[in-house]
Design a protein around this ligand. Structure first.
Ligand code: GLU
Length: 319
């Protein structure tokens, strides 16, 4: 079965929303949060929230607190404690050890520049690591370590492509390369953490922005190698700004805080998101419970939502 509704197979599993606390949630993120909550709750699943704060240089704890407060203000509830990736280092280390014990990792000394140069060579699969360090002799690795280079750890991938059956996109074939598992500075890579965390939390339904669709074959390959279950994926279109590009801060009042400051309360923002999903009429007050009752994945819009923020001086977003 394909189409949005195929993500809905009844189960006792769990859906989730997993924001990165490096920047504010904009309407696109909030709409994805609402959708993932609706998909989970209307299919009898639990719903979990995970804070993806592995990038310590960019993550801010107070930003995560704001994300949680904003989800609650929209009326989204979640089960169990919030999972913070920064507290899950042992689980990631265990997964990396398992891959290493199976001969599925190697050290990579390449700089970003070397990778960019090699990846732009003719015939290189787009965006794929070309495997430069895959078969470095031990003595050469030793020499580079002694010279002070801190290696990243990469996966020795067993396939170059993989097809994922996405609930919205249908069958999607994408590149799998020797992705980074742990960066040279010790930071665990998102692709590994997300696979380990979804499995540990019993997540069997992943509703997220379709900018992550190209990463999904890599994640599914990792799940296969770690013998972890693969969730049902449902990649939803991003929200576009008035210029037809991905919504961003440059487009004006696009966060809940901006909108509240301009006089649109959280309930009205819920309405705005619901209208974009065909679940409410403009200006109609809708409770989270009413949205659950109205939600029908067969009737979700299939084209991206173009959001037009209010012109300066106006207190209303333009719908
Ligand atoms: N943390 C990612 C983001 O905010 C989402 C990851 C995921 O949903 O798998 O874009």
């Amino acid at each position: 079965m394909t189409g949005w509704a195929s993500a809905q197979t009844a189960t006792s599993g769990c859906g989730r929303f997993a924001p990165s606390p490096s920047s504010r949630l904009h309407l696109g993120n909030l709409r994805t949060a609402l959708l993932s909550w609706l998909f989970a709750r209307t299919s009898g699943r639990g719903f979990a929230v995970r804070i993806e704060d592995l990038d310590t240089a960019r993550s801010k704890p107070e930003m995560a607190d704001r994300h949680l407060a904003e989800l609650a203000a929209l009326g989204l509830d979640w089960d169990g404690p919030v999972v913070w990736q920064s507290a899950r280092g042992d689980a990631y280390a265990a997964a990396i050890d398992r891959l290493t014990a199976a001969g599925l990792t190697y050290e990579c000394f390449c700089t970003r520049r070397e990778i960019a140069e090699a990846a732009s060579a003719p015939h290189a699969p787009p965006g794929a690591y070309p495997g430069t360090c895959r078969d470095l002799p031990a003595a050469e690795r030793e020499r580079r370590r002694a010279a002070g280079r801190r290696p990243a750890l990469r996966l020795r991938a067993r396939t170059a492509t993989l097809t994922v059956d996405d609930a919205v996109a249908g069958p999607y074939t994408g590149t799998v390369d020797d992705l980074v598992l742990r960066r040279g500075d010790g930071t665990v890579a998102y692709n590994l953490a997300v696979v380990v965390d979804d499995a540990a939390a019993g997540i069997d339904q992943v509703v997220r922005g379709d900018d992550l669709l190209p990463s999904t074959p890599r994640q599914v390959h990792l799940a296969h190698l770690l013998e972890l279950p693969v969730p049902r994926f449902c990649h939803v279109p991003l929200v576009l700004g008035p210029r037809g590009r991905r919504l961003s801060k440059r487009d004006g009042a696009v966060t809940l805080e901006d909108l509240v400051a301009a006089g649109t309360d959280a309930g009205a923002v819920r309405t705005l998101l619901a209208v974009s999903l065909g679940l409410a009429d403009p200006g109609e007050a809708v409770s989270p419970a009413e949205l659950l009752a109205r939600f029908d994945p067969h009737r979700l819009p299939t084209t991206p939502w173009v959001y037009r923020p209010a012109p300066a001086g106006s207190d209303r977003p333009v719908r």
